[in-house]
Structure formats: C-alpha cells, structure tokens
Design a binder for this molecule. Structure first.
Ligand SMILES: [Zn+2]
Length: 230
C-alpha cells in the first residue's frame, strides 16, 4: 500500500528554508517505532539475524560463528558531539598538525598513524560549520574540492578509487574522509573498505607521506591553495 503523507494544509507541515529546520512533514517513524520493529525481527536474545551483506565477497568476516550485537534502545536526545552544546571542538582548536594542504577557508589533513588504506585524507572547513549549515559559497567550494581531491587520489599509481565519506556522528565540525582504495583487490570494493582499513596492516609511514605530498601538490596545482611540505 502506498504511504500517504499529510497534505500542505496539515498542521504537521512546517516549511522553512532555515538550514537547521527539521525535515517536513514530520518523519513518520519515531525511534521507538523503529526499535519495536527491530525487536520483532530479532531473536529472543534481542539479536538480529545476519544480513545478506555477510555473504558478499566484500564482507571481511566469515559468517560461521558471527552474530549481530543486540540493538541498544534509542537515546533521545542524543549525547552532544564534539563542538556542540558546550563540548569543545578539536577542529577549531587545530594547531595545523597533519595539515598537508590549505587555503583561506579549507584544510586537508592526514592522520598521525597510517592505517591499512594506502592513504586516508580528511577535508574540513576552517570555520565551524556542519554540512547542513554550510553557507552556499563554501558549499560551492566544497563540491569543487571533492572533485579535485578525488581526482588527485585516483591519479596516484595503483589506486583504483577514492571513497568519499561524511558521517559526522562524533564531531559537529564538518569533516569528510577520502579513502584511497588500492587497485586489484575486488574484496576491498564498496562500503566495507572502512573496516578493511582497520584490518589491513598499516601502510609504511614514509610511503603514505610521499603519496600525501603528491596529492597536496596536485590539489594546489589544479585547485589553488598551498601544499605543506612538513
Ligand atoms: Zn569547530
């Protein structure tokens, strides 16, 4: 049966162009509705069955002996993220550590410890914005930067894809990850690569840093800004 949404005359409809406005009309499923539905699908111990994903070749674990953790009850309101409701923002307090490229509005960083992916970089605005309240001028730059950074990563030798990810559940200051996925590994394709990044042995730091400098220089040439040579 088709889902029916309230018409524009409904009192539930609140149209606004405020960047912080909630989705309208009101989302029909409350967290408790979703939780109750999940419990019906779960076994007596509260665990959901394994999903189709566990049978895909990209899934990093064997299904035998694997079990889903029990789904925790929803918590509303959610605990504050870093950089909201009085919690300090580590991105606003950046000392420049790990920065490989920057311009007046944006910085691109690598992480202190290399991980299993050949290269992981993170883009963030210097000013404290999240994705939904990013002003249009920064939003335009953001779109172009994603293209230029992905192009720089995918032009590295032996890199097949740049996976672009924004989750934002830990910090309220926009931060977007780019994972360089190595060529030839069909198991490393797709959404599980963020887990493979944790499983694979760390890329040697000197190799990672050479690739990072190459990406920073390529970005400075194609987009502008300054590549850092630290
Ligand atoms: Zn911030």
């Amino acid at each position: 049966m088709a889902r029916e949404f309230p018409g524009p005359e409904s009192e539930n409809v609140h149209l606004s162009f405020s960047p912080t406005a909630k989705y309208a009309p009101k989302m029909p499923q409350s967290p408790d509705d979703i939780y109750a539905r999940a419990l019906v699908a779960a076994g007596p111990d509260g665990r959901l069955p394994l999903s189709r994903l566990t049978a895909w070749e990209i899934f990093p674990f064997e299904p035998d002996g694997l079990r889903v953790v029990a789904l925790m009850k929803p918590e509303v309101p959610e605990p504050p993220r870093r950089g909201e409701l009085g919690k300090p923002c580590n991105s606003c307090a950046s000392t420049g550590e790990g920065v490989i490229w920057e311009d007046d509005q944006w910085r691109l960083l690598t992480f202190k410890e290399p991980s299993g992916a050949p290269l992981v970089v993170m883009l963030q605005p210097k000013a404290h914005y999240d994705l939904p309240n990013l002003p249009d001028d920064l939003g335009s730059q953001f779109g172009r930067l994603i293209v230029h950074i992905a192009r720089a990563l995918e032009s590295l030798p032996n890199i097949a894809r740049a996976h672009v990810s924004r989750w934002g559940d830990g910090g309220a200051h926009l931060h977007v990850f780019f994972f360089a996925r190595p060529e030839g590994f069909v198991q490393l394709r797709g959404t599980c690569f963020a887990i493979w990044d944790d499983l694979l042995p760390a890329t040697p730091r000197d190799v990672r840093d050479v690739d990072a400098r190459t990406v920073a220089r390529t970005l400075a040439t194609s987009y502008g800004g300054d590549a850092k040579e630290n």
